[in-house]
Design a protein around this ligand. Structure first.
Ligand code: DGL
Length: 272
């Protein structure tokens, strides 16, 4: 159990299996610019989605321990796969430190936004197989209908930076055809890598389907939680995130610039 003392100046710890969680970092930075962010991307072991529950839970524990060394005041699990299968592991490891998972934020937002009550959810194999999204959405409103679809190739395509690539279009058309005739009006991007491919996904779903990206909802939940505990950083300057990865693939620098709109700051390599 962590015994460290937390204060408004303590950082917010955020982790994901790879680059996907940067979509959450970006939203937290935009919503809470003076907060210090410590981000860990487990780039050596990505993807988590096709792995077993036992392995995902082991990784979740190790990722949390890496963040705890930096004495965070809050941990954000920017990975739907971990949120679906191992949120309890993170909470147990974190002790008194609050934990927010992206999955619940996405489910709440989708239940709020749907008008017809028919919601599509896309995610990794592990997330969809766990049924966690369906349960979380039905918990909000049991009259809603959820149509899930695993899209395992989206994570490697995003990590590869294949954002406007014809291969991504073909794969997306194949996966999203699962919703043809299902009359969904809302589609949850149930994996934090998927916002990277959002333009391509929207090209196929068209303007009538509301896309749910839980990143902004998570940022606002984080702000509320910190305010309620008097833990908001009163500083006025925008803090540069401290990035840690377990491997530094060549594409990382390029992808970081593309999504964050700034050059990659110093990156710390950590061993897993
Ligand atoms: N970005 C993560 C998620 O939200 C994990 C994807 C993966 O590693 O397979 O599910």
């Amino acid at each position: 159990m962590p015994q460290h003392k937390i204060s408004p100046d303590s950082p917010i710890g955020i982790f994901d299996s790879g680059i996907g969680g940067l979509t959450v970092v970006k939203a937290v930075q935009a919503g809470l610019p003076s907060e210090r962010i410590i981000y860990f991307g487990d780039t050596a072991r990505v993807p988590y989605g096709p792995k077993s529950q036992v392995t995902i839970r082991k990784y979740a524990r190790e990722d949390t321990e890496i963040l705890l060394k930096h004495q965070p005041k809050l941990i954000i699990v920017a990975c739907n796969t971990v949120s679906a299968l191992a949120l309890d592991v993170v909470e147990q490891c974190a002790g008194d430190i609050p934990v927010i998972g992206v999955l619940k934020a996405g489910a709440v937002l989708a239940a709020e936004k749907t008008r017809t009550g028919r919601i599509g959810v896309i995610g990794t194999q592990a997330t969809i197989g766990s049924n966690a999204y369906t349960c979380a959405i039905l918990k909000e409103n049991e009259s809603l209908e959820v149509i899930p679809k695993a899209c395992p190739l989206f994570v490697p395509l995003a990590e590869e930076g294949f954002i406007d690539h014809p291969a991504t279009l073909l794969v997306a058309q194949e996966y999203l055809s699962a919703f043809t005739g299902k009359e969904i009006d809302t589609l949850v991007l149930g994996c934090t890598h998927y916002p990277i491919l959002r333009r391509m996904i929207e090209k196929i779903t068209g303007p009538d389907i509301t896309i749910i990206d839980s990143a902004e909802a998570v940022a606002s939940m984080a702000g509320d939680l910190l305010s309620a505990r008097n833990l908001r950083n009163p500083g006025k300057e925008t803090a540069i995130p401290h990035l840690m990865v377990s491997d530094l693939p060549q594409k990382f620098r390029e992808l970081y610039r593309l999504f964050m709109g700034s050059d990659l700051p110093d990156v710390e390599l950590v061993e897993v």
